[in-house]
Design a protein around this ligand. Structure first.
Ligand code: NI
Length: 403
């Protein structure tokens, strides 16, 4: 069902905030509709239909089916000018929702536990507002509705499909509703914001045998334990102490009995860092450490080391623009939080590798209303007041960049 937003002022003289506040009930309704029908990456068919129907009902030009379920909406100001892209992700997570709310997920085992339902609603609200106020910006605003942020990643295939071209995008912005920050704040900084994400699976092959006769074996548990410890020296001894990085071994499986020496040990984990100079160093040292420890014990190994997303790195000038807009939106300098880096990852990184831009966090937690569970938690939910703030951030950024 396509709803026309509550009538809002259509002249450029209307204060932005009042117009957006009039949209608030629609933003909440859209977000709740999406929340009830969450879909995993590249399967966002209902979500894409929801977005498409609204864009069509507002006569906003758009293209669908990009990188499977992605959509790009194009909004033109009344005069020529620069091109700003705004990116929102649409996918949900394989989590069984534990919230008992009227808008609880109707898809068993799938949940919007990261707030991407809110991102989609905010992008729709932005598209609607800009379509009604074409005199307030020059040039073009492209709104990118992206699939599969949670994996395997929809940003890279959308870029390959040409979403940053025709017209050529000059800058890009995006936001994440953020329960690590309270409602009424915006986390924004230039430079690295979120970490590069890499994962590994490592199988160590020793030689099994009797637990009482170790001299006949190569104990994969002893080798594996040394690998775990030695891997920590990458961060401790190879990475510049002024650069942040983490190597986490998340699983270690080996052995079946008290009196048997295990012939294989399987380890897996994740590596995170901000500085792109580490993108060669860490995987190289990683394999050297695994190989060296295994060799010293006569064990062999199989290592599968995979790079998922690069680091999210914001452009200084665009971050400054977003920061100045945030100061207007939150109305207090204390509400703009530069200290907001996280080792979480985001495929917004790929867009930021291609064009200067800024990804920022929109505070969405409200402890007093029980809305402060972490992202990806089965009780995750956020304060929907943030939806209107998100639209105001995007609209003001668009009007400032395209002025
Ligand atoms: Ni997310």
């Amino acid at each position: 069902m396509v709803s026309t937003p509550t009538a809002i002022g259509s002249t450029s003289q209307t204060p932005i905030r009042a117009s957006i506040q009039a949209l608030q009930s629609d933003l909440v309704a859209w977000r709740r509709q999406l929340h009830q029908h969450p879909e995993l990456g590249f399967r966002e068919h209902l979500t894409a239909t929801f977005v498409r129907e609204r864009l069509a009902s507002w006569n906003i030009a758009h293209e669908t089916g990009i990188a499977q379920t992605g959509i790009v909406a194009i909004l033109h100001g009344t005069q020529p000018g620069p091109v700003l892209a705004i990116r929102a992700d649409m996918d949900a997570l394989p989590i069984l929702e534990e919230n008992e709310v009227s808008y609880r997920s109707k898809h068993d085992g799938v949940m919007h536990a990261c707030g991407h339902d809110g991102h989609t609603a905010i992008a729709l609200g932005t598209a609607y507002y800009l379509s009604q106020h074409p005199h307030t910006f020059r040039g073009t605003v492209k709104i990118i509705f992206q699939p599969a942020e949670e994996g395997p990643g929809g940003a890279a295939p959308m870029i390959e499909a040409g979403v940053l071209r025709n017209p050529e995008v000059d800058a890009i912005i995006g936001l994440h509703l953020w329960n690590n920050l309270p409602l009424g704040t915006v986390g924004v900084r230039s430079g690295p914001l979120m970490a590069a994400v890499e994962v590994f699976d490592c199988e160590i092959q020793g030689k099994g045998g009797h637990g009482a006769i170790p001299q006949q074996t190569i104990d994969s548990i002893v080798v594996g334990a040394q690998v775990v410890n030695a891997l920590q020296t990458i961060v401790a001894r190879n990475v510049n102490p002024l650069d942040a990085a983490v190597v986490t071994v998340g699983t270690f499986h080996a052995g079946r009995a008290h009196n048997v020496i295990a012939d294989t040990a399987e380890l897996s984990g994740t590596v995170r860092y901000f500085n792109p100079v580490l993108e060669d160093l860490i995987p190289r040292r990683f394999e050297q450490v695994v190989a060296g420890v295994c060799n010293s014990h006569g064990a062999t190994y199989r290592l599968d080391y995979r790079k998922l997303y690069p680091a999210v790195i914001n452009d200084e000038a665009i971050a400054a623009l977003v920061r100045s807009v945030a100061e207007t939106v939150v109305e207090t300098p204390a509400g703009v939080v530069p200290d907001c880096q996280t080792m979480g990852g985001e495929d917004m990184a790929y867009f930021l590798q291609k064009v200067p831009g800024c990804y920022f966090f929109l505070g969405a937690a409200n402890e007093s209303r029980g809305l402060a569970y972490p992202h990806h938690h089965p009780r995750f939910d956020f304060d929907e007041t943030a939806l209107g703030m998100g639209v105001e951030m995007f609209v003001r950024c668009a009007e400032k960049f395209c002025s």
